[in-house]
Design a protein. Structure first.
Length: 124
């Protein structure tokens, strides 16, 4: 049996009106250095976002959110960075419509399963 490995994760949020500080959890980014694993899952519920702020540009939010998993898998200029640098770039504080929570940590034997569990707990 594999020994548990530490991982870091952040919850991805859509903050349609930054000044209100209201947000909708839409995904999770997970980084496990020892397993060389970096991945993100994103699920945006347009109806929930519209209920939070009617008239918000859902398509723009979705377009930006779709970039996060691509960066994790190595696409684009940021995707060319090492895994740890990609994770830190993705989780850097921002004051835009797409933000992430503070970084948290945990232990797992299967990073992909940990990502699924976090999605279920934090987003679904």
């Amino acid at each position: 049996m594999l020994a548990p490995s530490s991982f870091d994760y952040a919850v991805i949020r859509v903050v349609p009106q930054v000044e209100r500080e209201a947000f909708l959890n839409v995904g999770v980014i997970l980084f496990c250095r020892t397993r060389r694993y970096l991945a993100a899952q994103v699920t945006l519920n347009p109806a929930r976002l519209q209920a939070l702020v009617p008239g918000v540009d859902v398509e723009a939010a979705q377009a930006h959110l779709q970039l996060i998993p691509k960066i994790c898998t190595g696409e684009g200029p940021i995707g060319a960075l090492p895994l740890a640098d990609r994770f830190h770039w993705l989780t850097a504080p921002r004051s835009t419509i797409i933000q992430v929570s503070p970084v948290h940590c945990g232990l797992c034997t299967d990073p992909a399963a940990a990502l699924e569990k976090l999605m279920a707990a934090m987003v679904d």
